[in-house]
Design a protein. Structure first.
Length: 348
């Protein structure tokens, strides 16, 4: 075969030439007389003086690998292989809960939701069955649970995390560290963080304030644009928690840039703008006094917050209609403050 590969006849096509030579080695009469005469003249090597078809060599090693593997594999190896395969399916099941669990979240207090079951979290869709429920598997990076537990406990933990009264849709996030952070925070507490009564009352007060201002504006100033935060009141909790932690870290300034939605609510419930001033703007009084030439939900605001952890100057940047301008203006404002404080490391 080596002599054949060195031949100038390779120009006719390597596959075709090797096929003819294989046929010749098996049965010289199966090729034309011209090919037979040519192959007869090829130099021989080895003790037998004859070449061996490569197809026979390939078949030999294929059978050797296949049958030797079967001879070495016993019952224990079969059981280990089966468990390893199921472990892969368990890992996939965990991922499916993270991706699709929010579609099973119990977020309808009236019980009218008729959402169909999500196939991806069913046992049979993951090549598992009820017979595997008591089998111990590795939890594959699942937080808030032991490293190895029965499948039954894995599913129960996933149900608590992703199918409770809060739904989490976040697996589309491309940033791996951000996604891992969310997974850790959700799963480590089983979607039910332990909060003190004082903390719970604070959260309720924040939500009540956010919802209250929206309801009042809706009923008092019917038909006026206000870009409500209804349905997203938890933003107020997030922003005020950001203020608390900024004070605790010793920050001096916090500059916020945001679009229209929820802006009026943030002004009142985060920056402490007097609601009476906001109502005057709705009635067309305050803006005329200030000589402003823009609508109320574009106005900026600043205030000083006295917190038990420290003092903080808050600024909400003015919001132009062209939203792409907001971020660079905020970045420039922050940079100017860093220059003023001689803060080269962004610590203030």
């Amino acid at each position: 075969m080596k002599a054949l590969r060195a031949s100038s006849l390779l120009a006719v096509g390597n596959d075709y030439l090797e096929e003819q030579y294989e046929n010749y080695l098996k049965n010289p009469n199966s090729v034309s007389e011209q090919w037979r005469e040519y192959f007869d003249q090829l130099p021989r090597s080895g003790e037998t003086g004859s070449d061996i078809p490569h197809s026979d060599v390939r078949d030999y090693f294929y059978k050797l690998t296949r049958y030797s593997g079967q001879r070495q594999r016993g019952p224990s190896m079969d059981a280990s292989y089966s468990h390893s395969l199921k472990q892969i399916h368990v890992t996939q099941l965990i991922n499916n809960y993270r991706v699709r669990g929010h579609q099973l979240a119990d977020i309808d207090p009236l019980g009218r939701d008729t959402t169909a079951a999500v196939r991806e979290v069913k046992l049979e869709e993951n090549s598992l069955s009820s017979a595997d429920l008591d089998t111990v598997f590795d939890t594959s990076g699942l937080h808030g649970i032991a490293d190895q537990v029965p499948l039954r406990d894995i599913i129960a933990h996933l149900e608590r995390c992703y199918c409770g009264s809060t739904g989490y849709e976040f697996m589309y996030v491309n940033h791996t560290l951000m996604k891992d952070f969310l997974i850790q925070r959700i799963e480590s507490v089983g979607s039910k963080p332990k909060l003190s009564p004082k903390r719970q009352k604070w959260l309720l007060q924040q939500l009540t304030s956010a919802e209250g201002i929206e309801k009042y504006l809706h009923s008092k100033y019917v038909g006026q644009k206000r870009f409500s935060l209804e349905g997203g009141e938890s933003l107020i909790i997030i922003m005020n928690e950001l203020v608390r932690r900024s004070c605790k870290q010793g920050f001096k300034d916090l500059v916020v840039g945001m679009a229209h939605r929820g802006r009026l609510n943030v002004l009142v419930n985060m920056l402490g703008k007097n609601p009476a001033d906001l109502f005057s703007e709705f009635e067309g009084k305050k803006l005329l006094e200030m000589g402003a030439g823009d609508v109320k939900y574009h106005q900026g605001f600043s205030s000083d917050i006295d917190h038990k952890n420290g003092n903080l100057h808050l600024t909400l940047a003015f919001n132009p209609s062209h939203l792409e301008i907001v971020s660079p203006v905020v970045e420039g404002s922050v940079r100017s403050r860093q220059e003023r404080y001689n803060d080269r490391q962004g610590e203030m």
